[in-house]
Design a protein around this ligand. Sequence first.
Ligand code: PRT
Ligand code: ZN
Length: 303
Amino acid sequence: MKAQPRLRIAVQKSGRLNNDSIDLLIRCGLKIRATKNALFCHGENLPIDVLLVRDDDIPSLVVDGVCDLGIVGENVLLEQAIIYQQDNAQSNFAVIKKLGFSQCRLAIALPQAQLFDGPDSLTGLRIATTYPNLLREYLMRNQVKAKIVTISGSVEIAPRLDMADAICDLVATGRTLEEHNLKEVDQVVTSQAVLIKSLKTLTENVPSKKNDILELLLRRIGGVLKAQESKYIMFHAPKASLPMIKEFLPGSEMPTIMALDGIEDKVAVHVVSSEGVFWITLEKLKQAGASSILVLPIEKMLS
Ligand code: PRT
Ligand code: ZN
C-alpha cells in the first residue's frame, strides 16, 4: 500500500526561533513527541513531521526539497537569497506567511562618540558583520566604499578589539549595543520569522495531497495569529456613550449588547477586538463612563 504523503517542516533546533516556532505548531493542533536530542519529530495526529536543525540550514533544506516547509528569520533568508540570485539558481522557495515573532533589525552601529551624518560617514571604515551579503548590498545602495570584515560571531566586541570601526548586526531591544558602548545609526533590513515553502515539492496551482495538508495548516496558522491579536472585552457602559465607545474600540463592529437587571441607563457590552488592546484604550473606555472592564485572551478563532 502506498504511504500517505506527509509534510516535513524545518524548524530551528535551539535558539531564539525554536520556542515560538514549536509553540505555533502546537497551537495549530500538532502533537509531536519531544525527545531530547532527536532531530526528527513525528506528528502523531496530523501528517506533519518536524525536522530540528540550525536556522542557517533551513533555506537550503527547503530549496532542495528535503523539507516542504521551513520557519526562518527573514534576515537569514535575505542573506542567503542573495547568494541564490548570484548563483543564478532558479528560486525554488516562496515566502508564504509572515509569522510576527522574532522581530529584529539588521543595523549599522558605531562607537557612541563617533559622529554619523548619513551613510557617507561610513566611508573608509572597517565594518564587522556576520551578514556580508546584506551589508554589501546596503553599501552599494548608498554608494559608500567601506571594508567588510566578515566574522562568525560576537560582532559587538569587534570595535573594542580593534578588528573593526563599526558593526552591522541584529538588534532587538538595543541593550547589547548599549552594553558595548555602541549606538545604532542606520537600518539595513527589518526581520521577523516567516514560513517558507519548497517549490520543488509543493508546486503552485497543482492540486495534490501535500497541498491539501498545507492549506489546512495555513488556515490554522491564520486562526492562531488572528486569535493572538484579538481580545474579548467585556464592560458595563452608559447607553448614551455607546456610539463614542464604538469609535475608539478597534475592530468592534458588532458588539453584543445586553440589558443589566434593574439598571435602565446602562448596558453590558461584549466585543471581540481584532487589534491589540492597550492601556490607553481602556483609559478612554473608563473616561466614557465604562466600568467593570475585563480583557480576556482568545484561545482559538475560526471565521
Ligand atoms: O544555532 P543556530 O544557527 O540555529 O542559531 P543562531 O545562533 O544563528 O541564531 P539565534 O538563535 O541567536 O537567532 C535566530 C534568529 O532569531 C535570528 O536569525 C533572527 O531572525 C532572530 N532574532 C531576533 C535575533 C534577535 N532577535 C537578536 N536580538 N537574533 C539574534 N539576536 C542577537 C543579536 O545578534 C545581538 O547579539 O541578540 C543581540 C541583540 O539583542 P538586543 O535585544 O540586546 O538588541
Ligand atoms: Zn544560525
